[in-house]
Design a protein around this ligand. Structure first.
Ligand code: AP5
Length: 211
């Protein structure tokens, strides 16, 4: 089975929609952002290298990311395909991916820039299971109690502030957005309207990727 790529600007809803796609397809999520944050929390050499880029809202160098993905794809659970979340983000990463894994569809979640800052600045997540919420659009049913695991520790990402979000958006437009045309030319880009209710975005994706 080939893999799926979730593509879109910061805050488009890639992580949120990954949950529905994983449930439907059984593919494991491979999020480079989550992998980098785990490396940072563990204080590894990789985490230390990535830290300054992430704090500035810039992309981590391609060689680091490609090495990380290459290693991750050797693991047993990746052998039937994965759901890439936030990778690839440059043409160089996409070219490297062609030698690593076959891609069936690239789901582009499209959200206008003016929605992004509000989405990211209102985001919080469960420290125990990583479930993602939003203080206005998708709050926990009981304040500060995770709907998924009943954890009570909520966390906000260090790069979820207005200044860094604007840098992340700039990096997206300069380095990542050109990939949409690159994948469109290959005939595997699925454009989805990300500016609607979470459930409606999920339905559009699930029907678009074929059930
Ligand atoms: P990463 O962790 O990948 O961050 P990102 O791409 O900026 O994406 P986010 O995780 O911020 O957003 P999302 O699209 O997953 O949205 P979410 O579902 O949470 O990367 C972080 C950093 O790591 C990068 O800046 C870079 O430095 C580095 N990095 C990572 N990968 C890299 C790579 N490949 N190459 C180089 N560097 C790399 O939703 C956001 C909020 O909106 C949530 O609160 C959610 O509840 C809410 N929401 C979701 N959908 C909706 C909806 N339809 N309506 C209303 N609210 C919604």
């Amino acid at each position: 089975m080939a893999s799926i790529v979730l593509f879109g600007p910061p805050g488009a809803g890639k992580g949120t929609q990954a949950v529905a796609i994983m449930r439907k397809t059984g593919l494991p999520q491979v999020s480079t952002g989550d992998m980098l944050r785990a490396a940072l929390a563990a204080g590894s050499a990789l985490g230390l290298e990535a830290k300054s880029y992430m704090e500035a809202g810039a992309l981590v160098p391609d060689s680091v990311i490609i090495g990380l993905i290459d290693e991750r794809m050797q693991q047993e659970d990746a052998k039937n395909g994965v759901l890439f979340d936030g990778f690839p983000r440059t043409i160089a990463q996409a070219e490297a991916l062609e030698n690593i894994e076959e891609i069936k569809v690239v789901v582009s979640i499209e959200v206008p820039d003016e929605r992004i800052v509000e989405r990211i600045c209102g985001r919080y997540s469960c420290s125990d299971c990583g479930a993602v919420y939003h203080e206005k659009f998708n709050p926990t049913s009981v304040p500060d109690v995770c709907d998924s695991c009943a954890g009570r520790q909520m966390n906000r990402r260090a790069d979820d502030n207005e200044d860094t979000v604007r840098s992340r958006l700039q990096a997206y437009h300069n380095q990542t957005a050109p990939l949409a045309e690159w994948y469109s030319n290959k005939g595997i880009l699925l454009r989805v309207n990300g500016d609607q209710q979470i459930e409606d975005v999920a339905s559009e994706i699930i029907s678009g990727i074929g059930g």
